[in-house]
Write a protein that binds this ligand. Structure first.
Ligand SMILES: Cc1cc2nc3c(=O)[nH]c(=O)nc-3n(C[C@H](O)[C@H](O)[C@H](O)COP(=O)(O)O)c2cc1C
Length: 167
């Protein structure tokens, strides 16, 4: 069974989460291919997709929104899981909360959508990004919860094996 793990990441935190998910799927005996949105020309040959994006200014990144616009029909035809990566400690419902990016996700109908905490390293940001992060009182640090991420990936593998056993 072949799973495509697509991640949109600007500063690497989301890409590394995608890599951990792919590693866990491989550990479970699946074939997992990692890609950035711009590398995906079609979904032929894949049995499932995991789609994740960093959240910037309350939105999924533009490259992954473009991918959803161009490949929406194919994406809807496959079992699909989605995750968003955003700030830590944002109260549910606050304007920066990645859960609010839902409308993009409704168009591709994921089986599940998870929000994972990301990483904020001010030294790696542009001046503009840094001032936005300061305005939002963004806490600096790496808040990624690897056990939660890996556990979610294992659940995806188990669901796929149960529902698509013959592939
Ligand atoms: C300029 C800027 C804007 C951001 N806006 C949001 C936001 O609206 N909601 C959120 O949850 N996180 C926001 N974040 C936090 C990022 O999503 C987080 O740092 C994430 O881990 C970045 O992932 P990446 O390294 O894969 O690009 C923002 C970060 C920056 C620097």
């Amino acid at each position: 069974m072949k799973v495509l793990v697509i991640t949109a990441s600007k500063h690497g935190a989301t890409r590394e989460i995608g890599a951990a998910i792919a590693a866990e799927l491989r550990e479970a005996g699946l074939t997992a291919v990692e890609a950035e949105p711009g590398e995906v020309s079609g979904l032929d040959g894949y049995d499932a997709v995991v789609l994740g994006s960093a959240v910037y200014m309350t939105q999924w990144m533009e490259n992954i929104r473009n991918l959803m616009a161009h490949h929406g029909r194919e994406l809807r035809e496959l079992p699909l899981w989605a995750f968003s990566v955003g700030l830590s400690g944002v109260p549910v419902g606050a304007v920066q909360d990645p859960r609010r990016i839902g409308p993009h996700l409704l168009s591709i109908n994921p089986i599940d959508h998870q929000t994972f905490k990301g990483r904020m390293d001010l030294s790696g940001l542009s001046l503009r990004e840094r001032s936005i992060a300061r305005l939002g009182n963004a806490p600096e640090g790496d808040f990624r919860e690897w056990d939660k991420i890996r556990g979610w990936a294992r659940q995806i593998a188990a669901d796929l094996k149960e529902h698509l056993p013959a592939r």
